[in-house]
Design a protein around this ligand. Structure first.
Ligand SMILES: C[S@@+](CC[C@H](N)C(=O)[O-])C[C@H]1O[C@@H](n2cnc3c(N)ncnc32)[C@H](O)[C@@H]1O
Length: 262
């Protein structure tokens, strides 16, 4: 599945906020090695390099497009980017901070991977992960219902993740506690207000719809999008803002976990 860095940075303000809410709970003063796994186009990784300018900060991602964009635009003397697939990656034993924002939901079986990483980290190391907790929300449920409908099932059956793509906060709490971490797990539903026509479609074009685009021709993708846009605009009805602008409330639940190994 291909990522489009230009598309992903649309709505950057809403997409970045959980990263800062997550990383503000890490209280490491002088880490030596910081890893941002699934770093995307890199500006958030650069913020880590600026925060911990004495540390070596590495952004890793499995998308060549994302790494290329990050290397071209995100510079700091202590920052580097590399291609890596989280599914076969393990932290170096001297990793002090491991951050992964909005990546693990793409990996089936990520809870087992987490256990391996947590076991490999040394005492004092920090682990900070955020995953979207919105797979049952209308934006995703309608996407799956449409993909499973008679018109699309032959091409799209099984292409989308299910509503159990991520665990509940208590699942992650138990994983961190069992691995010997002092733990802080929480969830937030952001009341995101988006502007313009079909903004929920625009949002998921950069993320959740990408497996559909990878499967369908451009013409068929456009047909699917058209049908999906009609369904979501009923689920998230637009309204007029004070200056007459077209606004839509798109609530977005996210799950956070931050821990320090004892
Ligand atoms: C939603 S973006 C998040 C990017 C960044 N962390 C942020 O918060 O803006 C998800 C990222 O995870 C990466 N990704 C997905 N599966 C991955 C894997 N198996 N290994 C490494 N990166 C992966 C994608 O390439 C994409 O850049």
């Amino acid at each position: 599945m291909k990522w489009d860095p230009e598309k992903y940075v649309q709505f950057a303000d809403h997409r970045d906020r959980p990263f800062f809410d997550l990383t503000s709970r890490i209280v490491s003063d002088a880490p030596g090695l910081v890893v941002d796994l699934g770093c995307g186009p890199g500006p958030l990784t650069r913020s880590l390099a600026e925060r911990w300018h004495e540390a070596r900060v590495i952004g890793l991602d499995s998308s060549a497009e994302m790494i290329e964009k990050a290397r071209a635009h995100q510079h700091a003397p202590n920052l580097s980017f590399d291609l890596a697939d989280a599914q076969s990656w393990m932290p170096e034993p001297d990793t002090d901070v491991l951050v992964s924002n909005a990546m693990l939901q793409w990996i089936p079986g990520h809870r087992e991977l987490m256990v391996k990483w947590l076991t490999a980290l040394r005492p004092g190391a920090w682990f900070a992960v955020q995953v979207p907790g919105n797979f049952s929300s209308p934006s995703h449920a309608l996407m799956r219902e449409l993909a499973d409908s008679p018109r699309w099932a032959a091409q799209l059956s099984g292409v989308l993740r299910h509503d159990d793509a991520v665990g509940e906060p208590e699942d992650y709490l138990k994983i961190l506690l069992s691995a010997g971490f002092e733990t802080d797990v929480w969830e937030t539903t952001y009341g995101q207000v988006l502007e313009g026509r079909d903004p929920v479609l625009e949002w998921v074009r950069g993320t959740a719809l990408r497996p559909i685009f990878a499967k369908l021709s451009p013409e068929k993708s456009a047909d699917y999008e058209h049908e999906y846009a009609q369904l979501v605009s009923r689920a998230y009805p637009p309204f007029s803002g004070p200056a007459g602008q077209c606004l839509t409330m798109f609530p977005f639940r996210r799950i956070f976990m931050v821990g320090r190994k004892l």
